[in-house]
Structure formats: C-alpha cells, structure tokens
Ligand binder design. Structure first.
Ligand SMILES: *Cc1c(COP(=O)(O)O)cnc(C)c1O
Length: 360
C-alpha cells in the first residue's frame, strides 16, 4: 500500500520520528506501567522541561495536561472568569470558545469580523474587559492569523484582564512573548504532528491567583481538572487522572527532536514553505488566497478559494497520495485548506505545489 501525506489541518501528518518513538515505547512497555511510578514521573518532568526550553516558558508558568484544547476552553472559563470574558471571534474555533463561556452561564462579549479577516481589539468595550480577553492566534477554519502586536496592544490597554491565546494550529512557529500574556494552549495533533488526545495548557501565576480568588468566593472551579488540582498534581509530575501516557511520552520525544532541529530552523522553513504555497495559489488560474489582507495571512494554515469544486481538487490530489482539507463549514465546497506545520518538510510541500500546478 502506498503512503499518503496528510496536509490536513488536524489531525495531520505525523512527525517523521513518531513511528520509531511508538515502537520504542512499546518495547519499554511504557503504557503498562503505573502513572504514579517513577518512569512516568520522569517522562512528565522531561516533557515539561523540553517544552519550557522549546517555547521559552517563563518560570511563573505551569505546564498542564488535559484531553484536548476543547477541554481547556471550558477550564479557562471555569477557573478564570466570574462574570464576563471578551472573545475576538475570527471564525469557527474562536466562536466555539465564546460559545463555551455562554454555555457556562457567563455574560460574555463577542467581537466579530468578516471571515478571512481578524477582529480588532479596538472594538473591545473597556467595561467588559476586566476579567479575560481571549484571542485565537491562528483561526484554522479561515486561515486568518491575529497579528501578535494586537495581542500586546490589548495587554497594554487592559492590564487588569488576563490574556488567553489559542495557539493550537500555530505553535511552535508563533513567536509569542509569554510575559505579555497569561495563558496559552494547544493540542498535539496539529503542528507537533502527534496522535490526537492530548491538550497542553500553559498558565501563569496570575491565572492561579484568579482561580483561588473565585474559589474563596464560593465558586465551583470544576472537579478533577480544576486549575488548583492540575497544578498540585503537576508539582509531583503527575495528573489527577490516568492520563494519555503514550501521548505525553511522544510529546517528550518529539519536543526533544524539535529542540535538536532548532526552533529558528523550524520557523525559517515554515516561512519558506508558506511563501511557496501563497505564491502558487496567487499565480494559479483556479485558486486565490481567501485571506485578502496579507497582514492577516496565516503562515501555518493556508486557505485557498477555488473555482473548481473543492471535492474535485481534493480527489485529484488524493489520487497522488496528497491529502488536503476541504473548506470549513459553509466554505466546504469553495475552499481548500493546506496545513503548513512543523511536521511538514520542505520536500513534501514542494511535491504538493507541483501537483497543485497541474490542476485546472
Ligand atoms: C483544532 C483546534 C481546536 C480544537 O482542538 P481539539 O484538540 O479538537 O480540542 C481549537 N482551536 C483551534 C484554533 C483549532 O485549530
């Protein structure tokens, strides 16, 4: 059977070392060992240390594990918001975070924008910005990326609010100064090129203080995955529940591989590949970039409008073993989405570009 290459924006192509790491984990019988034992605790510690180094995480941050980024949306609202959060909604994923806060009974505010663009922090009502402002750095549904300067500007303007940033589909490429935000989070099946089922939540002490204050007021922060519970267990390199041990093991190994490659190199390659992709769709007779304003264009999820039905494009590429995503939601037929993650090599993107050029 010939192998496909997955350019889908999550799950995506596995990082090229993952297969060997899985074999090694099975050889060590890692998944059978206790999640309270030394081998797991060592693995937890090593994962956290690798991520600290790779992502330049300040010492006042905790690194916690959940089941998904979707879970982290709920945890952030439960632990860091009493009445109201503000959400810059650039598409379907940021909308779902906003909806989570509404479902949890908060009187939250949504700042919307045209799809393929980014909402403006200037539209935030200062009266609503006392607790938490939520950004989605890379809106995977539309390929719009919020400029980092917008996030820093909101921090300056609203110093009392906690700033939360969804970096699910842009980490480790995104170069965000964690001293100027309070919490970031991701799941591993996007750019890290790992099997799904693990969320990574980075939270600083300000978030912890907020959670403690809410608890003192008598609010319920949740149960086993409340922020205090996660932080307490992480202090001894454990999780409250039996976690996705294999997922944490693989994250340890792949973050080490990425450290060895170097984040500078990963970023340079990402920009080389995205330049090639955007050039290809701009020059193509049947495609054009969906995000018109280049300052909002994602480097890690490239979305093209297509004159040919997306199904046909997807099928033509897939007959060559190249799997790209269709449009998200209502754009299903009109768009194709191409992931340009750290897991995708230059050679793979070059192969894709060759085939894109034969379409139409
Ligand atoms: C995929 C995605 C999520 C949700 O991740 P899950 O692992 O499915 O919970 C959240 N935000 C963004 C921007 C995403 O791309």
């Amino acid at each position: 059977m010939s192998r496909n290459i997955y350019f889908t924006p999550g799950p995506s192509e596995l990082y090229f070392t993952v297969e060997d790491h899985i074999k090694q984990a099975l050889k060590e019988q890692f998944p059978s060992q206790s999640h309270r034992g030394n081998s797991f605790k060592k693995c937890f510690q090593s994962t956290v240390e690798n991520l600290r180094e790779l992502l330049n995480v300040p010492s006042n941050y905790h690194i916690l594990f959940t089941s998904s980024a979707t879970e982290i949306w709920e945890r952030i609202i439960q632990n860091c918001v009493e009445h109201q959060s503000v959400h810059l909604v650039n598409g379907a994923f940021s909308q779902r975070f906003y909806q989570t806060s509404v479902d949890l009974g908060k009187d939250s505010e949504k700042i919307a924008c045209a799809e393929g663009s980014c909402a403006s922090w200037k539209d935030i009502d200062p009266e609503h910005a006392n607790e938490l402002i939520a950004f989605t750095h890379n809106e995977t549904s539309t390929g719009a990326a919020q400029p980092i300067e917008d996030i820093y500007a909101a921090r300056e303007k609203f110093p009392d609010a906690l700033i939360a940033v969804d970096v699910v589909s842009s980490i480790p490429y995104v170069n965000l100064d964690l001293d100027r935000v309070d919490t970031i989070y991701f799941s591993v099946q996007k750019s890290f090129g790992l099997p799904a089922g693990l969320g990574v939540w980075l939270v600083n002490d300000r978030c912890m203080e907020k959670a403690n204050a809410l608890q003192q007021k008598g609010l319920k922060l949740g149960t086993y995955h409340s922020l205090p519970s996660l932080v307490k267990q992480a202090g001894s390199y454990q999780t409250p529940e039996t976690p996705n041990m294999l997922g944490i093991y693989l994250l340890d190994k792949v973050s080490r591989d990425m450290l060895q490659k170097g984040l500078d190199q990963i970023r340079k390659e990402t920009e080389y590949k995205s330049t090639l992709l955007y050039y290809t769709i701009e020059e193509h007779a049947s495609f054009k970039p969906f995000v018109k304003n280049s300052k909002f264009r994602s480097q890690t999820v490239v979305v093209a409008e297509t004159e040919i039905d997306s199904q046909e494009v997807v099928e033509q590429l897939s007959s060559k073993g190249l799997i790209v995503g269709k449009g998200y939601g209502k754009f299903k037929e009109q768009h194709i989405r191409i992931a340009n993650f750290a897991t995708h090599s230059k050679e793979q993107i070059e192969m894709l570009v060759d085939q894109l050029n034969r379409i139409g």
